[in-house]
Design a protein around this ligand. Structure first.
Ligand code: FAD
Ligand code: FES
Length: 1275
């Protein structure tokens, strides 16, 4: 199992099969204890594979996705339903989704919708937008029939497919392995010791033994859930998971004592039982803890993370410690010297990760006293994402009143996230004790709190002002809760003003069924013809069963090596020496090489500018690849690369954010203009000027950069398996690096676990390095980046600074706009110049601004090089125009056939239809009034609604990139193998191409197979990008199929009643070729930047999107209440896939504009290098109602079967959520007495939204001193 990738996972939230199911059998002789909390003999938990040490699984049965069903035998319903609901795109996350729900169903065959949602809270998907996954699994709920019929009606399908769903039959599930039961019952329990190369793992069987071991190895950590513990410790690990103390829970009159080894899930169910069974006045602390527990991590973590582990880790953001401390809890600590009970108060936490525990002590149990009459306890938290994210700030607060009065007798206020450990606000509390619970008392408390809980300007984690304001607003929330309590218990009279109550109400969170609408196929279309039908993704079942093979799934080959790269630790420095001696002497190390060892070209050229493959002499960013280490295993390669010592001499003039002032640009810069901008500004009634920043975005594809290079041993041939969107670029890069012809290198892509533009240029450089390792060692070499490395090395979406000036008339018409865009390109040009060109081409978006000037520049900085990302600059482009268009968007739309600012003619009729339909479907006018009413009635929650249009050009402005080729073989049995130049990365290109081939050859879909994309089958491929994959590859396949169909015509005529198989067999006998190539030249697209005119796009696609949000002004947290999106995609080839693309892109846009934040240190080091620090949207972020309508009656003569490209455009529409948020913020500002325009940069994170609201709490925080902030302000 050590070698099994499925167990050897790296990243909590992101891995294929990162989640597996794990059953534990409880020994009958201990059942008396365990039954209390584990009612059945066998318990089922879903856990994160990457965090579960194999040693800890002794005696447990582990089920992975392969164990529950397969396409060869029988599918499990949980696998079938995600596939049928179109809940799988690239498929990399699918096994994790499957196993989470499988475990839920093992424990509860008919779960509620809330349980399904909560279960999926610990899973991430970057492709689907989650909606289809939720819909697929909703079918397991008890109350589903009305939903199913509604859903199918919406998608225009009959009920039949869902009636044919495999039923869930709990009696058919796997049984717990009898051998393990026997082992548990019969085997004498004995200490287990596992020894690895660097670690010893000891699992003692009794508390005494554990304490003895702990006294012998005081520095050895006690591994419980392992969720907080690094695996890199050289000390022996003591494992105590099988001692009875772990399960001990005891409820007595004084309180509840919970064994420290109880998992957080167990603690939760214990507390639920206690809260239900004890009198309400006793359960204040228990209920507050329960509230926090429902937000701690995801279920997979809660199933293993322990209470004792949480306390002992003393993490500053622990959600439990502030409540435990405020709730007068205590812990029992034990060592060989004996036991002691210690209060869990301010003195318990002594520093970052430090408590009063002595090295040989363990936490045995936690005691939670019942609350007393007159005591109120509450807990609050705010996190960057609503679920599965560590809190930014949390609080545990308790107040105890004199009997029957509102005078405070005792109070505790503890915060997390505002210091190195849990912090007590003692001086603040002193302001309150002995005084009545009212506004005046609390006002003094706020003032004291501002002085007491402070953070320096460079405090780790940043967000200083926000965090400080949260301490105040959480205290205010507590004040209102307590006031409410006093009223409910008749201690106080009078009413709390109703608008203030919004401070204690929760944001809505019930997910509603969604509505989808698309065109039916024309009447008379043959039943067999799949074009236009919602055909399931061709690999959906392989994804759901774990059979789908990704690059790193290829089995290890004989003698295979692993490559790890050494990256620069400096942003700008000269390399004075690279010392590889220690690395070379380490176990398993085979080779270390630098740029000097490259036999061919030492650089790659992108847009005519060279980028070094490995740094030569100088480094220009942190994360730049310096050299590579090759070893027999991944751990050996990683350890050795850490042992390479690179010596630097720092160079001056590092540039991170000052490129504009220092005029540091990659050339050329671009400019475009129409009309007379200067004159128009002179004549405008009003002029509005400003700056807006749009942060970058990490691709966060679930499958990190992966490749395997196999030297074939003769004639310098190399076979490259890579996860790339551009196989030809990989082939060329490898050939150039090695100095061999391209014909000796073949690149193969089976499928990609997500790419989004991030697997183009950067993959080709990594493939060159890996190929060099294979070339030198003459052995296969694999390179798979860890998540942190991937995020550090491969760049992101370009952050953009927009400086704009807009002139408009009093009636709202925009008459002039002048915008300068500065994109932070990083240290190499990559595709940046193309990105800034696209920015200018899309700067008008859907608005007809007659006098328009745009300039754009790619800034050269000492940050990692940014690269292509879905939308390729477009999500950053119409940005400024959308900002200043605001509520006057409709007035400025293109209304009639017009020329764009680069003189391309188009008819906006479809754009206007999208706009009108979206307005109508979303009931915008009525809901605007509702929003205004809501905002009037609520002070601390505000709503906003925004409708945004989009015009998006499809195609590469470089004409030659729009070509495509295909190769189609028909075999003698009639089966068809199609090869084309597009890569399958979840966008469903293979499924759509199969649909094309099926129609053209007039054979059922099941006869068509696509195995892989390979440069040996189809040479000189263009990248799968720019939303044109199906447009161009579909045309090439159509061409090849038509050739074949035509060549079979004589045979069909001879035997009109024959079958496809008989015609093919006959053709072979008659020596008719059953193989054909197809080619599509593509449109002649171009852009002449000198003349500032061109036809850079084959056509435009249009859409409109309306989103409504509800914002919590005290924390900046928000919820998208509803989104209606109308998209014109011509006549869809596969509406299910297209709706999936639209939803996924929208969610990625929602992440871009409101959540995802790249953070760099002042010296240019990327902080955000994993799912812990970088938050992408999760299930909790899906709009509660998300309706997608494909515009009917739209045609497109420029693409296959009148369809349109769909992959990228709707990323931009995520900004409808941003603008809705901006409206909500504006409403809050108005209540705060702030009027006029204001700037809200993107992403509009809770921090930015909350500060922009300008509440009295944010205004109380004084400006911090001018020390260097913790993070850079990009771009
Ligand atoms: C993805 C993720 C999300 C998370 N989100 C949250 C969150 O939202 N809120 C939150 O509060 N926490 C969160 N956590 C932290 C999590 O709650 C803690 O990691 C967990 O509670 C630690 O328990 P454990 O059993 O896994 O400890 P381990 O990792 O096994 O041990 C942690 C440390 O505690 C010591 N230790 C453990 N048990 C004992 C004991 N009985 N006596 C003495 N020392 C002991 C160990 O020696 C070690 O040093 C998250 C963690 C992850 C991985
Ligand atoms: S399908 Fe979920 S990450 Fe691709």
């Amino acid at each position: 199992t050590q070698e099994d990738k499925r167990v050897r996972c790296v990243c909590v939230e992101s891995l294929k099969e990162g989640i597996f199911h794990y059953s534990l059998y409880h020994q009958p002789r201990r059942r008396a204890v365990s039954e209390l909390w584990f009612p059945s003999l066998c318990s089922h938990f879903s856990v994160n594979a990457c965090l579960m040490p194999v040693c800890q699984l002794h005696g447990a049965a582990v089920t992975t996705v392969e164990g529950i069903g397969s396409t060869k035998t029988r599918l499990h319903p949980v696998q079938e339903r995600i596939a049928k609901a179109h809940g799988s795109q690239c498929g990399f996350c699918t096994p994790g989704m499957v196993m989470s729900i499988y475990t839920l169903l093992r424990n509860k065959p008919q779960p509620t919708m809330e349980e399904i949602r909560e279960t999926l809270g610990g899973n991430l998907c970057r492709c689907t937008g989650y909606r289809p996954i939720i819909d697929g699994y909703r079918t397991f709920c008890e109350v589903i029939s009305s939903f199913i019929s509604g859903f199918l009606h919406a998608v225009g399908e009959s009920l039949e497919p869902f009636q044919k769903l495999l039923p869930l039959d709990p009696t058919q599930e796997l049984i717990f392995p009898p051998e393990l039961i026997r082992m548990a019952e019969l085997e004498e329990r004995a200490t287990q010791t596992f020894r690895g190369e660097r670690m010893t793992w000891i699992s003692p069987i009794s508390l005494d033994e554990l304490l003895q071991l702990k006294s012998q190895h005081p520095q050895a950590p006690v591994v419980m859930g392992n969720t907080n513990l690094g695996r890199e410790d050289d000390q022996p690990n003591l494992h105590q998971s099988r001692i009875s103390a772990r399960l001990c829970v005891c409820v007595c009159v004084a309180g509840v004592c919970i064994g420290a080894g109880s998992s957080l899930s167990t603690v939760r169910s214990v507390l639920e039982k206690c809260v239900c069974s004890l009198p309400a006045e006793h359960t204040q602390t228990l209920a507050a803890l329960l509230e926090q527990l429902s937000h701690v991590a995801g279920e997979q973590i809660r199933n293993v993370a322990t209470l004792g582990g949480n306390v002992a880790s003393a993490y500053p953001n622990s959600d439990l410690n502030p409540v435990l401390a405020a709730g007068r809890c205590s812990v029992v600590l034990q060592s060989r010297e004996g036991k002691r009970e210690v209060p869990l108060d301010k003195d318990f936490f002594v520093g970052f990760g430090k408590t009063v525990l002595k090295p040989d002590e363990i936490v045995l149990s936690v005691f939670i006293p019942v609350s007393r009459k007159g005591e109120v306890v509450r807990a609050f938290r705010h996190a960057p994402r609503k679920e599965n994210a560590l809190a930014t700030v949390n609080a545990g607060l308790r107040v105890w009143f004199e009997e029957g009065s509102n005078v405070v007798k005792e109070m505790s206020v503890y915060y997390g996230g505002v210091g190195p450990c849990t912090v007590s606000a003692e001086r603040t509390v002193q302001q309150v004790i002995g005084r009545p619970w009212n506004e005046a008392t609390l006002s003094d408390a706020y003032r004291a709190l501002v002085d007491e809980v402070t953070l320096g300007a460079s405090a780790p984690g940043g967000k200083v002002m926000f965090r400080r304001s949260l301490t105040l607003s959480l205290l205010f929330r507590f004040y209102l809760h307590v006031l409410q309590h006093l009223k409910d218990t008749n201690v106080c009279e009078g009413e709390i003003p109703s608008e203030q109550l919004s401070a204690v109400e929760r944001l809505p969170n019930i997910i509603q069924p969604s509505y989808h609408e698309f065109q039916d196929v024309p009447s008379g279309q043959s039943e067999q013809d799949p074009v236009g039908r919602a055909v399931q993704h061709q690999a959906a079942l392989s994804h759901a069963t774990g059979e789908a093979v990704y690059c790193d799934d290829f089995p290890r080959t004989q003698g295979e090596l692993f490559l790890s790269v050494v990256t620069s630790a400096r942003a700008h420095a000269r390399i004075t020496h690279i010392d590889v001696s220690r690395a070379l002497s380490m176990p398993g190390v085979v080779d270390v090489f630098t740029a000097d060892d490259i036999p061919g070209k030492k650089f790659r050229s992108f847009t005519g500018i060279d980028e070094e493959i490995l740094a030569q002499g100088e480094v220009t960013c942190v994360g730049q690849m310096v050299c590579a280490v090759v070893a027999d295993t991944k751990p050996h390669a990683k350890l050795a690369s850490a042992a390479v010592k690179v010596h630097y001499e720092d160079l001056p003039d590092r540039i991170f954010t000052e490129a504009v002032e220092k005029r540091s640009f990659f050339l050329p810069q671009r400019e475009i203009q129409r009309g007379d901008v200067t004159k128009a500004f002179q004549e405008a009634d009003h002029i509005y000027e400003g700056e807006i920043r749009l942060g970058g975005q990490e691709h966060f594809y679930m499958e990190t950069q992966s490749m395997l290079v196999i030297p074939l041993g003769e004639e310098k041939e190399m076979k490259v398996y890579a996860s790339t969107q551009h196989p030809t670029m990989v082939q060329e890069a490898v050939a150039e690096t090695l100095g061999i012809p391209s014909s000796r290198v073949s690149c193969h892509v089976k499928r990609i676990g997500g790419a989004f533009g991030g697997k183009l240029s950067k993959t080709s450089i990594l493939a060159s390095i890996t190929a060099l390792a294979a070339w030198r060692s003459e052995r296969p070499v694999r390179c798979v980046l860890d998540r942190g490395e991937d995020m550090l090395i491969t760049g992101a979406r370009h952050p953009v600074l927009g400086k704009y000036k807009v002139g408009f008339m009093s009636d709202g018409r925009i008459t002039a706009a002048d915008v300068r865009y500065y994109a932070n390109a990083g240290h190499t040009p990559d595709d940046s110049v193309l990105v800034i060109e696209k920015i200018l081409l899309h700067m008008d978006n859907a608005y007809n601004i007659l006098n328009l000037r745009g300039q754009s520049a790619a800034c050269k900085t000492n940050l990692p090089s940014n690269t292509a990302f879905r939308g390729f600059g477009v999500p950053q482009t119409p940005w400024c125009s959308a900002v200043h268009c605001g509520c006057i968007r409709e007035k400025n739309l293109y209304k009639e056939t017009s020329l764009t600012h680069y003189k391309m003619e188009f008819d906006p009729e479809v754009l206007l239809r999208c706009w009108e339909e979206c307005k109508e479907r979303s009931e915008l006018d009525r809901r605007r009034l509702d929003v205004a009413r809501f905002n009037q009635q609520n002070r601390w929650k505000k709503r906003g609604i925004a409708l945004i249009p989009l015009k998006y050009g499809v195609g590469f402005a470089e004409g030659f990139l729009n070509q495509a080729a295909a190769l189609v073989h028909i075999y003698k049995d009639g089966s068809v193998l199609v090869s084309h130049g597009g890569t399958e990365m979840g966008q469903g290109i293979h499924t759509k191409v199969q649909q094309v081939a099926s129609r053209e050859l007039d054979v059922p879909l099941s006869m068509i197979h696509i195995s892989e994309t390979s440069t040996s089958s189809v040479p000189n491929t263009c990248p799968s990008a720019a939303s044109i994959g199906t447009d161009v590859n579909g045309m090439a396949v159509k061409d090849a199929c038509q050739t074949l169909y035509k060549s079979l015509e004589p045979i069909r005529k001879q035997d009109p009643n024959g079958t496809w198989q008989s015609w093919v067999a006959k053709a072979f006998l008659e020596r008719i070729s059953l193989s054909a190539t197809g080619f599509y030249r593509g449109h002649d697209l171009y852009m002449d930047w000198v003349k500032q005119e061109g036809r850079p796009y084959a056509y435009f696609t249009y859409s409109a999107c309306c989103s409504e949000v509800e914002l919590d002004c005290l924390t900046g947290e928000y919820r998208t209440v509803r989104t209606d999106l109308v998209a014109d995609i011509g006549r869809s080839i596969n509406p299910a896939i297209d709706i999936g693309q639209i939803e996924g892109a929208f969610m990625q846009g929602l992440g871009l504009y409101t959540m995802e934040e790249l953070k760099f240190s002042p010296s240019g080091v990327l902080y955000t290098r994993g799912p812990g620090q970088y938050k992408i949207p999760a299930v909790c972020d899906v709009p509660l109602q998300f309706n997608v309508y494909l515009l009917s009656g739209s045609h497109n003569p420029h693409a296959i079967y009148s369809s349109k490209g769909v992959g990228e455009p709707t990323v931009f529409l995520g900004c409808s959520v941003f603008f809705a948020l901006k409206e909500a913020v504006a409403a809050a500002r108005s209540d705060a007495g702030l009027s006029g325009p204001f700037t809200l940069h993107s992403p509009a994170t809770p921090e930015r939204a909350c500060i922009a609201c300008g509440t009295r709490f944010t205004q109380m925080i004084p400006e911090t001193e001018t020390a260097q902030p913790w993070a850079l302000e990009l771009p």
